[in-house]
Design a protein around this ligand. Sequence first.
Ligand code: ADP
Ligand code: ASP
Ligand code: MG
Length: 420
Amino acid sequence: MALVVQKYGGSSVADADSIKRVARRIVETQRAGNQVTVVVSAMGDSTDELMDLAQQVSPDPPGRELDMLLTAGERISMALLAMAISDLGAEARSYTGSQAGLITDRYHGQARIIDVTPGRIQAALAEGAIPIVAGFQGVAQDTKDITTLGRGGSDTTAVALAAALDADVCEIYTDVDGVFSADPRLVPAARQVPYITYEEMLELAAHGAKVLHLRCVEYARRFDVPLRVRSSFTDKPGTLVVHEIEENIAMEQPIISGVSQDLSEAKITVTAVPDLPGEAALVFETLAGIGVNLDMIVQNVSADGSTDITFTLPNADLGAASAALLARQEEIAFGELLQDEGIAKVSLVGAGMRSHPGVSATFFRTLADAGVNVEMISTSEIRISVVTRAEDAAKAVQALHTSFGLNAEGEAVVYAGTGR
Ligand code: ADP
Ligand code: ASP
Ligand code: MG
C-alpha cells in the first residue's frame, strides 16, 4: 500500500462540480489500495478576492488579521471537499493547517515551516479516513497566531506533509499537464517535459514560473520527496522532478529547459553614491533592516568619485524600501532615488548551459532582433536573466522560446483558471 499526498490547486476546485470531480479522483486513488492525504487550496481566485476585500477596508491591514482572513479561503474548500467525499461513501476529515501540525515562525504573509507534527493526520489515516488539509497556512510556534506561507504556498504544505508522513509521492494537481518549457498561457507552443531536475525547477520557480512554489521545490529536494506535477483534468503522467536525469534519457534532453518571466519586481536606483568603502553596505543594511529581499544588484562605473547603484526588489516592498533609504539620504549621501515599477525579468534556464558555449550569444542576439532593450543582466551557472520593460517581456519570452528550438508541434492545453 502506498501513501500518496495529493495537492489540488484553486483552479481544480473552482466550483461545486470541480470539487465533486476532484472528490471522485481522491476516492478512486484510495479504492485502488492507497492511503491518501489531500492538501487543498482556496476555490478559484477566492484568495485574490479576499485580498481585494481587505484593501477596501484598509490600505495596510495588520498582518495577523490578513492571515486570519486569507486562511478562511482554504477552510471553505477543505470542508466542501470532505463533504463531497463523504457523499461518495468514503470518510474524509478536514483539518486547518494548525490542526494538521504545520508549525511556522511568526512572519505573517511569509511564514516558514519550522516543524510538522501530523499526529492527527496519522491517526485519521490509521482509521482509514482521508485527511483533507487546508493549504498555505500554519500556526506560529511562539505567538500561536495563524500564519500563511506566502502566495502559492499550498504546494509547500503538501511537500512538508509528504516529508513528515514519509509519503511515497507528492502529487501537485493543477490546470496544465505538468511543467512546460514556458508558461503555456504565454507560449502556446510550449513543450511539456516528462522530467526536470530540482536544480532547474528551483531556477524556474525563483524566476516567475509559478507552477510550483519555490519553497516547495527546496523542501522536496532537501527531504528527498518524489514530486510530480500533473493535471487534475486528465490522467496524463505529468512531470517528475528528479535529482538527476538518467543518462539514457539525458541524450534527448535539450540544452535549455525553459524560459520564464517575472512581473512582480520593481527597480530602484540611488544616484551619486560616494565611491568609498562602506557605502554599499549602508544602502543594503538599510534594506536588510526592514526585511526586504533583493534580487539583482548592479553598481555602475564610478565617475567623479561617485557611482549609481541599481537593484530589483519585490513590487510590494517598493514603498517601504524607498522610505527607508530616503530617511537616511544625508547619512548615505546619495543624490537621487529613482523608482521604476514598469520592469519585467526574463530568464532562460538550462543545465546544458554549463557545457555548451554560445548560449549567451544566441540569447542577446535574439533579444536584439526582437527589439527588446536590456536594462540589467544577472546569471547563475545554469541561468541568464535580464531586466526589460514590462511590455516587452512576453515578446522576449516568445522569441527566446523559438530561437532555442523549444517550440512543440501542437498547442499546449490550459484546462482552467484565469492565470491571476
Ligand atoms: P494552482 O492553482 O493549481 O496552484 P497556479 O496558477 O499556481 O495553479 O500554477 C499553474 C499555472 O502556472 C499554469 O496555469 C501556468 O499558467 C503557470 N505556469 C507558469 N510557468 C509555467 C511552466 N513553466 N510550466 C507550467 N505552468 C506554468
Ligand atoms: N490560496 C493561496 C493563494 O492563492 C495558496 C495557494 O493557492 O497555494 O496563494
Ligand atoms: Mg499554485
